[in-house]
Unconditional design. Sequence first.
Length: 141
Amino acid sequence: MRRAFAAAVALALPIALAGAPAVAASDGASATAIVATTQGAHKLKHPTNFVTQGPADVCNYTKRRPSLHQGSSGRTVQQAQCYLNRAIGAGLDEDGDFGRLTDSATRDFQECAEIVVDGRIGAQTWSFLSFWANASGGPFC
């Protein structure tokens, strides 16, 4: 039992830390986010003015965060499209259809955020999208 717990923690810790901002400015000053990954800490230059995410989310289609990809549809895709519009000024119609344009905007965002570029919106992309969309001063790319 102890070995299984240790293995679960060893697997969960890098996943939990991947892309998690460790430092933020709350006074509107410029800051560099420090992101912990399995390869070490990396400095990211944007966004610099952070807000606390909570009930006042800028996009209110849904709170669900399932994995999305080209061909997905519904309110969660609308949420992602809204986030993409706020984070990078993607100019997407928030129609709930994850088509070619949403795929392209997702890849642009992932490249800008310096995360895995695969066109899929999974846990890491949701985390960055939510954070960037709710940060003041966007779009960031």
